[in-house]
Ligand binder design. Structure first.
Ligand code: SAM
Length: 198
């Protein structure tokens, strides 16, 4: 279904950023342990806010830093998912790290996810999954939910973005498989949030 969400776009980033802030407060107030992460960093504008909201926690940054990988594009096309294939290659690790308030807490995993998750032995209190396409979103949900501590949250960007229907498909498939509820945010991209029961 094509929907016109223009009225919501102007305050969308405020909502996304404020939700991150409130989730971070909640995690702090309940003393929920665990690292934080973003899968799909691009130029680091949201990762910077994650780093600021979670001082003292390790922040994993997963991205090719070269845009989409052909394996994901092909998998989506084979499945008939009508995702938009934008160019996200205009970035670099250096550019991203320069924006971070606490760069020493950042662990960069450059390359194709989930291959770049190999050898990461950690648990997570928060992860932003913002990699647009069906295949890496589903892989990210599987990998992070397994390592999410009780009370931790996953924020999945683009759930209600008609340009990236693969996101909704991946979230619905994953949540149906494990009987998980999710919440829809009213930010510009209509993000979804999955919180593990405490
Ligand atoms: C929409 S951009 C991220 C925007 C960023 N989160 C922000 O809010 O500014 C999507 C990113 O996902 C990355 N990406 C997509 N599939 C990936 C994969 N399989 N492994 C690593 N990075 C991937 C792309 O390289 C791109 O930088």
């Amino acid at each position: 279904m094509q929907r016109d969400r223009q009225n919501y776009v102007y305050c969308g980033e405020y909502i996304r950023n404020s939700c991150l802030e409130l989730i971070a407060y909640e995690i702090g107030e309940f003393d929920i342990k665990g690292s934080v992460a973003e899968l799909g960093v691009f130029q680091g504008d949201f990762a910077r806010l994650i780093n600021a909201a979670f001082p003292g926690r390790k922040l994993y940054l997963f991205d090719t830093f070269e845009g989409f990988d052909d394996r994901d594009v092909n998998e989506g096309k084979e499945k008939g998912v009508a995702d938009n294939y934008q160019d996200w290659s205009n970035t670099s690790v250096e550019l991203v790290l320069k924006k971070m308030p606490y760069p020493k807490d950042c662990i960069v995993r450059k390359g194709f996810f989930p291959e770049t998750a190999s050898g990461v032995d950690d648990t997570f209190s928060f992860a932003s999954i913002d990699c647009d396409l069906y295949a890496p979103i589903l892989a990210g949900l599987r990998w992070f939910y397994d390592r999410l501590v009780p009370g931790g949250s996953l924020m999945i960007h683009d759930y209600n973005n008609d340009e990236y229907p693969g996101t909704k498909q991946a979230v619905r498939e994953f949540c149906a498989e494990f009987g998980l509820p999710y919440f829809q945010m009213v930010d510009a991209a209509g993000s979804a949030v999955i919180t593990k029961a405490r």
